[in-house]
Each structure stands twice: as structure tokens, then as C-alpha cells.
Write a protein that binds this ligand. Structure first.
Ligand SMILES: Nc1ncnc2c1ncn2[C@@H]1O[C@H](COP(=O)(O)OP(=O)(O)OP(=O)(O)O)[C@@H](O)[C@H]1O
Length: 319
């Protein structure tokens, strides 16, 4: 939950079965006002199922979903104006124009669309584009239209399934600006994505699901802080791997006269000291290792069958 303690999304033991197959299994999660929250997981993990339950398109088999304290299925009419949803596979009526589509969807949302024109301009949908039928749209144009309809009524919660699919890099930049504005205004965004750099950039917290179960909830800032440092050395006396004594614990990788080690942040000073004592060093650099590796570790966390839905990494893991 946010610092203010406002739960915009509450999932309690959310379970959705499709006949015998399980979509999601006992998910517990709280997401607060002003969060951009990322839902990650491998193919078939249950991300889309979770999102569809959140927006009231699927009825849970067991457990509960609350959006702003309301049940998105039973209280659909009341909660609908507060939700924006971009599905992963956007199906639009090909014979309607872009503008007609946006107006139709605003009607279904049950809310006026004060941001429609602004969002079209910022995402690069011109008047001429909006007068064309959607059947004549490119994939990226359809995705832009999908984003406009998801945000046009300024919903308290926007749920986005793979939002940057098909968007060119310039439009992606606009998308990130829009997300930052949502957070600044205290609105909440939940997005699912396979694009790790996008999640790193946009999200404050992430949840990893696998096999329908929550395996980890982690803040991106904590991942960043915990990320390893890469120490690179060039030897002054030419090529040749050699034993590094205590520094062997960081598994040095040799390449001619270069050696590289991945070291936890708290060990950097000790490692540099030991390396300088052990080797004739011509050059030394220390840099942060990529966040991707930390994310991939989170993915791997779920590879072993968890003891329970909450077993996994770090103090923020939920059960
Ligand atoms: N309509 C359906 N009927 C039967 N099983 C389904 C249905 N929809 C999803 N499932 C199953 O539920 C599980 C979760 O699927 P879901 O689409 O939620 O995963 P996902 O994480 O969104 O995957 P991806 O990253 O591939 O889009 C999968 O095993 C899938 O086969």
C-alpha cells in the first residue's frame, strides 16, 4: 500500500480456474494510490487473468477483488468510471473511425473524456488519423488509440496489458511521461510487461507471478540498491590468470590481462583493497551491474516449486 494507506487494489486469495486449468491461485496483493506497479512473469503465469479479474471482465472462482473498496463484477457500474483498461489483444470495430471508437468507449466507461484531445495530440494521432476507420490503422496507431481510451476519462486506476507493444521509441517516451504524470496526480497504474527495462524505468514496485502464484513483491529501488558492482582490472604485467587469494570468493573471470568480478555493494572497498594488494594494476573501474540481472534473479526465484505462495526473496515477499 502507499504511504497514505489508500488501497486502490486489494486482492485476497484471488483464484481463477478455467475448468481444470488454473489461471491464478491464491493471489494476495495491495496496491496504493499513486503507485505504478509492474506485474511480471513468464508466459502463462497468470498476468492477463489477474488483470481481467481486476477490471471485472472475469469473475474470480474464489477469493476477492476490491477496487477502491468495490467489487469490480458486482459493482461494475459504480467502479467502471474509475478504471481504464488496455487489453493485451485490443479488439476494435474496424468500420468505426478512431474518434467514434473513443467516444463509444467513453460511453461504456460511463464517464466524460476530458483528456481525449490532449492525449491524441501527445501520442501523435492527428485529426486526419481520427477520421479514418480503425480497419485502416497500423498496429502502432491502434495501440495509441488503446492508450487514449484507457486514460481519456482520468481514471483513478489504469490497467495496462503490455502497453508499449508496437509503439515507436518516440511515442514510448511520451508514454513514460504520461505514467509519471499519473503518479504525480496520485492516480494508480498497474501494468504487465515482458520488457524489463520498461518496468525498471516506470514502476515503483513489481510483483512476480509464476504458475498463477505470487512468488515475490519487490521495490525497484531496493533492487537497485542491492545490485552488484562490477570491478574491472587491467594488469600492468600482461596476460595471465593467477590466484587472487581471498578475492577468489567473488569468482573472478579472466580474459588475457583483464579480470572482472561481480561484488555485492558492501564488499566493494574490501575487494578493491585486496585486488590492489594482490595484483600489479594498470587500470581499475567500478560500475553498477545492470538491473536486468536482478530482475532475472526474481524470475528465477519462482523456478523451484515454492513452499507456499509467498516463499522467495527479501523482506517484501508476500504470503
Ligand atoms: N480462456 C481460457 N481457457 C482456459 N485456460 C486459460 C484461458 N485463459 C488463460 N488460461 C490459462 O491460464 C493460465 C494463465 O494465462 P494468462 O493468459 O493469464 O497468462 P499470462 O501471464 O498473461 O501469459 P502471457 O505472458 O503468455 O500473456 C495459462 O495456463 C493459460 O493457459
Amino acid at each position: 500500500m502507499s504511504a497514505e494507506g489508500t488501497a486502490v487494489i486489494e486482492l485476497r486469495s484471488l483464484t481463477k480456474r478455467y475448468g481444470r486449468s488454473v489461471g491464478v491461485d491464491g493471489l494476495d496483493l495491495d496496491i496504493g494510490a499513486g503507485e505504478v506497479f509492474g506485474l511480471l512473469g513468464p508466459n502463462g503465469a497468470g498476468k492477463t487473468t489477474t488483470l481481467r479479474c481486476l477490471v471485472g471482465l472475469l469473475k474470480p472462482s474464489a477469493g476477492a477483488v476490491r477496487i477502491l473498496g468495490l467489487d469490480p463484477v458486482a459493482d461494475h457500474r459504480r467502479v467502471s468510471p474509475s478504471i481504464g483498461y488496455l487489453p493485451g489483444e485490443l479488439r476494435l470495430y474496424p468500420e468505426l473511425t478512431g474518434r467514434q471508437t473513443l467516444d463509444l468507449l467513453a460511453n461504456l466507461q460511463g464517464a466524460p473524456a476530458p483528456r481525449q484531445a490532449e492525449l491524441c495530440t501527445r501520442l501523435g494521432l492527428s485529426r486526419a488519423d481520427l477520421d479514418k476507420t480503425v480497419g485502416a490503422y497500423s498496429r502502432g496507431m491502434k495501440q495509441k488509440l488503446g492508450l487514449v481510451q484507457a486514460l481519456q476519462h482520468r481514471p483513478a486506476l489504469t490497467v495496462l496489458d503490455e502497453p508499449t507493444e508496437g509503439l515507436d521509441p518516440l511515442v514510448q517516451e511520451v508514454f513514460f511521461e504520461l505514467l509519471a504524470e499519473e503518479t504525480a496526480a496520485g492516480r494508480t497504474v498497474l501494468l504487465s510487461s515482458h520488457v524489463l527495462p520498461e518496468v525498471q524505468r516506470a514502476c515503483g514496485r513489481v510483483a512476480i507471478i509464476r504458475g498463477g502464484r505470487l512468488v515475490a513483491v519487490q521495490s525497484v529501488a531496493a533492487l537497485r540498491r542491492a545490485r552488484a558492482r562490477r570491478i574491472r582490472l587491467v594488469l600492468a604485467d600482461g596476460p595471465g590468470a593467477r590466484p587472487l587469494g581471498a578475492a577468489e570468493r567473488w569468482s573472478p573471470r579472466w580474459d588475457g590481462s583483464r579480470v572482472e568480478l561481480l561484488v555485492p555493494p558492501d564488499d566493494v572497498v574490501a575487494a578493491v583493497r585486496e585486488l590492489l594488494a594482490a595484483l600489479p594494476v594498470d587500470d581499475l573501474t567500478v560500475e553498477e551491474a545492470g538491473l536486468d540481472e536482478a530482475f532475472l534473479d526474481l524470475y528465477r526465484t519462482g523456478e523451484e516449486p515454492p513452499a507456499g505462495p509467498g516463499s522467495g526473496v527479501g523482506p517484501e515477499v508476500r504470503s
